[in-house]
Write a protein that binds this ligand. Sequence first.
Ligand code: ADP
Ligand code: GLC
Length: 485
Amino acid sequence: MKPLSILFATSEMAPWVKTGGLGDVAAALPAALKRAGYDMRVLLPWYPALRSAFPRAKVVAEIPALAPALPPARLRSAKADGLPLLLLDCPSLYDRPGNPYLDANGYDWPDNAIRFGLLSRVAALLGQTASPLDWRPDVVHANDWQTALAAAWLHDQGGAASVVTVHNIAFQGCFGEPLRADLGLPESAWRFDGIEYHGLLSFLKAGLQLATRISTVSPTYAREIQDEAFGYGLAPLLRHRREHLRGILNGIDADLWNPATDAALAAPYAANKLAAKRRNKAALQKEMGLEPVTDRPLFGVVSRLTEQKGHDLLLAIGDGLPELPAQLVMLGSGDPALESGFLALAERLPGQVAVRLGFDEPLAHRIKAGADCFLMPSRFEPCGLSQMYSLRYGTPPLVQATGGLADTVVDVSATTLADKTGNGFVMADGSPHALWQTMQRATAAWGDKRQWQRIQQNGMRCDFSWPHAAAEYDSLYHEAVADRG
Ligand code: ADP
Ligand code: GLC
């Protein structure tokens, strides 16, 4: 049987453009599917970082203005380690510095509807008979609101089957009604069971309504988003489509995230050579200006600083850290109130709390290796890659029981130590008090070195590799294609 061909449409892809986990997934999942025999191509904008990486990417198609607000563009092709990329070249929309979604002041780029409207429209076009390429995918796989609207054109005009994956339902891409005509969407699609959402055009809602199949990035999150508390308004729609919704846990790139070979670390280590992990802690304490003490655990954070991630809970109890006693190292950026709150905490507790604002990939690796325990008290977490990285790095995570965190972290207890599954610490609820108690519990567990090593090894043994997830996408794609007929 001829392998299916898949167009994976995304607004970010590591290592070039990454604001969070989607960047990692867009790099690793298409590569894993290609290894599994799929004919894969990845579509994304030719951002500055990709222009630098692939300056001579060949033009393979000219795309005319497809709607009143959509400028003409070009498609270029390149290969990343053998994986074919289709780069959408439209300098007025994509050739600008900084974050793919936000301007230098942290506001959404004012033309995001056009920038991601064009990306979605081109993703759909490549799945249609009018495609300018001689390659046609069986499935257009869109990711998050930035590409979800592709499903609307494919539904309306025919073409490939579509899969929309929700990486985070909190971001929906809602814009004013006039945009419908600007983007060339028909008036007939303006329905509550079409692209319309409370009087607005919602890219994500349109995609979830009209895609052939929907997925999200963990089984627990697939259940949670059908509930009002987690669905951000889309729970009724997802309940309605539950037969077509699947939760597939992300994998991690086990080569990029491998403590035995990670070039960013001070000292490599492995599950059976854990002693060397201590050298990474000492190096991290030095790098971050923390006191070089060995009598207390070092808690680590690498995160976007947003409401989702729950670090306001940590800020609420941060002044108590010396009482545990414990140290804290944080790398993050986002909400200005959280940023300044943590900087102030570091000033109050010099040598015990160190905070670095910004995005720094090598430092993220060093924290996951050098910390003793990784803090991720997220209020919701569709999958979460960071806790899987820290499990692999022998740095037990401390989490709330939600989404992918609930699917990957097993609370340490007498039972889970006996059956060798306990690999981290789960909070009893979402309060600062519960975080405090769980940090106390982790600090006490860390004090028992033999037990701690068992917890570390339980986590390091977990297999979160991509082939497993790729097999589940395989069945989802086949279902979508069969449905599309
Ligand atoms: P999310 O996608 O919601 O941000 P994930 O845990 O899935 O959460 O993925 C986060 C990814 O982004 C991880 O690879 C993590 O290491 C990385 N990351 C987050 N913040 C930073 C930062 N400030 N510097 C470097 N890497 C970061
Ligand atoms: C989102 C989610 C995160 C998930 C990532 C990749 O950013 O917040 O939980 O791991 O997407 O799917």
